[in-house]
Ligand binder design. Structure first.
Ligand code: NIG
Ligand code: FE
Length: 399
């Protein structure tokens, strides 16, 4: 049975304008089934009074590591006493320290933890996420993680786009035979994932001490041949040529980019790669090198913003807080930051025609706020003034 909702008395309806975003005042919006049916006219079964407050598109978080088991609070404490992420990783912490618990966890345990995290994402206005495997690092546990991601997407209102990231780190048993692990990814993991249709994207941590440019290229090319779309964790700690590789393999997005150089910038630009910036990671790691957002925008590169939510380098789920960091630490305007967290995030996962902005015919993924204007979001920092969240035309948060 078709169901319809009308949002009435909208103060500022944030829509796409000719250049950037526009605020449409005093409007209404009608939702039919999953879609935005009309703006400014129409009737519906259910009416929501927006009390002259702002209505926007829901957030698209295009970079998360949703599925993990245990937290890594001890590492964070060490960082607060001056140790760096890289030092902690060299001493056996970092990504590999999350592997054992994921390998031994039941799918139900991973599902339940993921579901709880999804509820938190939703309460902060996120309606779509990308989620990576990458804490299993063997065939069975990578498949288990991806199955859980797919099941969560079916069970929860938030839509999840799955990414295979067996190339997140080298598991300890392959420490001295790294090329064999690369072969395991290419010869076993990718074909199995492809056969079962478990992922849309393939990601690699191309970084000093992780996967070399050459290994990353082999893995991404193998993924591409199996129909997976490449994306890269690029130039996070060192300038490593990973952004250049992103352009070369035609990645949909290159993420992190704190250490990107001119050659990398040109490669992203020439090959239409979205630059996904993760300021929460710089903040959480207690560093001060934020990605060069202004330079990327000035070069007409599409800049998206995401959380990088994971147990080690960024335990942050809030997109409004990421917006706050973007405007305070990366000199982005609030409009640029909001576009980065919505439409450009959608572009980073190939869904810009379906979600990420308010337009008739797009999915009705919406936030009804308790504030009047986008520029008020950073003022609230961590106390998000969100009244309702609507996903696929259904009221899923707030009553
Ligand atoms: O995106 N940079 C690589 N991977 C994660 C770190 C994950 C972890 O430490 O568990 C990231 O920051
Ligand atoms: Fe990441």
């Amino acid at each position: 049975m078709s169901q319809s909702i009308k949002l009435e008395n909208i103060g500022c309806l944030v829509v796409e304008g000719n250049e950037g975003l526009d605020c449409k005042y005093g409007s209404s919006l009608t939702i039919e089934d999953e879609y935005i049916a009309s703006i400014g006219s129409g009737n519906a079964d259910t009416v929501i009074d927006c009390k002259d407050k702002m209505v926007t598109s829901g957030f698209v978080d295009s970079h998360t590591h949703l599925v993990f088991d245990t937290l890594r609070i001890e590492e964070h404490k060490l960082r607060l006493s001056g140790a760096s992420y890289e030092e902690i990783a060299k001493k056996g912490g970092g990504i590999v320290s999350s592997v054992e618990s994921v390998r031994s966890a039941s799918p139900k345990k991973l599902f339940d933890k993921g579901y709880e995290r999804l509820n938190r994402f939703l309460s902060m206005g996120t309606t779509t996420i990308e989620a990576k495997s990458g804490y299993g690092l063997d065939v069975e546990s990578e498949l288990k993680s991806l199955k859980v991601i797919n099941e969560l997407s079916d069970a929860h209102p938030i839509k999840i786009l799955p990414t295979f990231m067996g190339a997140h780190a080298f598991p300890v048993e392959y420490k001295n035979k790294k090329d064999e692990y690369v072969s395991l990814i290419i010869d076993k993991m990718i074909p199995e994932i492809n056969n079962k249709g478990l992922a849309k994207f393939i990601d690699v941590f191309c970084e000093e001490g992780y996967f070399s440019v050459d290994q990353s290229k082999q893995i991404l090319e193998a993924g591409k041949s199996a129909g997976l779309i490449p994306r890269i964790h690029a130039d996070e700690f060192y300038n490593f040529g990973a952004s250049f590789l992103a352009g070369e393999v035609g990645a949909i997005s290159a993420d992190h980019l704190m250490k990107i150089d001119e050659k990398g910038i040109q490669s992203l630009k020439e090959n239409n790669v979205v630059a996904t910036l993760l300021p929460g990671t710089t903040f959480f790691l207690n560093k001060d090198s934020y990605a060069p957002a202004r330079k990327l925008i000035d070069n007409k590169i599409t800049v998206a913003l995401a959380t990088d939510f994971n147990p080690g380098s960024c335990h942050i789920q809030s997109m409004p807080f990421i917006l706050t960091l973007a405007v305070m630490k990366m000199q982005m305007s609030i409009e640029e930051a909001f576009l980065g967290a919505t439409l450009h995030g959608a572009q980073a996962i190939g869904l810009e025609d379906e979600i990420g902005s308010i337009r008739t015919g797009k999915k009705a993924d919406l936030i009804v706020w308790d504030i009047s204007d986008l520029s008020e979001i950073p003022y609230y920092v961590s106390n998000h003034p969100i009244r309702h969240v609507i996903k696929n035309g259904k009221l899923v948060f707030g009553s």
